[in-house]
Write a protein that binds this ligand. Structure first.
Ligand code: COA
Length: 266
């Protein structure tokens, strides 16, 4: 599958079960406008349809990346700032669409990842970055704050002191610093980035997909509802996973080193 929407290219690798959404406004450093927000949501819907058509699970992971050499996403499109209403910047629907998407969504950051671009990456389940990437919240220099919960989410991952520093200084930080603070999962050398990122995503895509989906939801419940609800969720879903073919397959492979398991999401 390869479909070019106005601001996002949607692709799906059937064999690996990996979908890719490429933010496709490279001349504007993939700055986020309303069209791009809508296209990301549409892209997720198109990928979700693959699951609906499949027996078991078709989509094992989705990668969001930026087109061109320079940016993942340089934030909200500032050209529309002067006369836009707050609703024009509303990215909460986008965060919900990514959080509620069944398979894990990975932000593949190669270049600038600023403002709403960083908030998009934070809405993803995992973040990978090339070494030369730069991350930051420049909104303060426009007299604003990150409007889609950026300070909230960095506070959860790295603590409020770092979140405030990032948003108050507006500095672009190095990928390594972002990783050491916990807002990026892995940083790879620029030359190896494409291969390393693909290999990381494949590792997750090869796991039993229902378990991976349950783990995504469990992490989200822990943040959104807290420990009590989170533990209830885990107990409930654990019982369901025990009944799956994939659990049987994994248990068989554990007992027999020669056996190569196939996980189908059933
Ligand atoms: N919205 C709209 N267009 C943007 C943009 C944004 N957020 N960020 C970059 N662009 C456009 C530039 O206007 C420029 O377009 P042009 O070639 O038609 O003039 C093009 O992308 C390349 O950007 P440029 O500034 O020339 O690249 P650079 O390498 O000199 O600087 C940045 C890169 C990221 C440091 C700089 O573009 C920047 O600071 N962007 C704004 C970031 C920002 O404040 N985002 C948050 C908004 S809340």
């Amino acid at each position: 599958m390869h479909e070019e929407l106005d601001a996002v290219i949607v692709a799906f690798d059937e064999e690996q079960g990996v979908g890719t959404l490429t933010l496709n406004r490279p001349d504007a450093l993939n700055a986020m406008n309303g069209q791009m927000r809508a296209d990301i949501e549409t892209g997720l819907e198109l990928l979700g349809e693959r699951d609906a058509e499949a027996e078991g699970v078709a989509v094992r992971a989705v990668v969001i990346e930026g087109a061109g050499e320079k940016a993942f996403c340089a934030g909200a499109d500032v050209t529309g700032f002067a006369d836009a209403s707050p609703a024009a910047f509303d990215a909460h629907g986008l965060r919900a669409a990514i959080g509620e998407f069944s398979a894990p969504v990975v932000a593949k950051i190669d270049g600038y990842c600023l403002g709403g671009g960083l908030e998009l990456a934070l809405a993803c389940d995992l973040r990978l970055a090339s070494e030369s990437s730069r991350l930051g919240f420049p909104e303060v220099d426009l007299g604003l704050l990150p409007g889609a919960g950026g300070v909230q989410y960095v506070s959860r991952l790295a603590g409020p002191a770092f979140a405030k520093e990032l948003a108050m200084t507006g500095e672009h930080i190095e990928a390594e610093r972002a990783a050491s603070e916990g807002i990026v999962n892995h940083v790879y050398d620029d030359e190896a980035f494409a291969d390393e990122a693909a290999s990381f995503v494949d590792t997750i895509a090869d796991k039993p997909p229902l378990a991976v989906r349950a783990i995504k939801d469990s992490g989200n419940v822990s943040v959104e509802a807290g420990l009590r609800e989170g533990r209830k969720y885990d107990r409930r879903i654990f019982g369901t996973l025990l009944e799956t073919d994939d659990h049987e397959e994994g248990a068989r492979a554990f007992a027999d080193d020669e056996y190569d398991p196939t996980f189908v999401g059933k």
